[in-house]
Design a protein around this ligand. Structure first.
Ligand code: FES
Length: 102
């Protein structure tokens, strides 16, 4: 089972939890009560539709998540970043979350 370590850059809180192979990062974090959003975007986000971009995360290593999706290419995010709602996890990763507010 892949292990995800989430570093919340807003609160400096670090949380580690395990997920099933291919799990969606946003859904897994919500299930484990781990915050990936920053500021007002905790309330005002698109609920995983891939529209708002506020679930932006930095991932290390990128080899353990799926390649950029069409929606992520539209958002023009950096090569070390994913949208949490579009990230499928296939191995152990460390994530910097809460890096983008509305
Ligand atoms: S939750 Fe809006 S883009 Fe991911």
């Amino acid at each position: 089972m892949p292990k995800i370590t989430v570093i919340n850059t807003e609160t400096n809180e670090t949380t580690t939890f395990k997920v099933g192979y291919g799990a969606n990062l946003r859904q897994a974090a919500a299930y484990k009560d781990v915050e990936i959003y920053k500021g007002m975007s905790k309330m005002l986000n698109c609920r995983g539709m891939g529209v708002c971009g506020t679930c932006l995360i930095e991932v290390e290593p990128m080899e353990n998540v799926d390649p950029p999706t069409f929606i992520e290419r539209l958002h023009k995010i950096a090569p070390n970043q994913k949208l949490g709602c579009r990230a499928k996890v296939y191995g152990d990763i460390t994530v910097k979350a809460a890096i983008k507010d509305i």
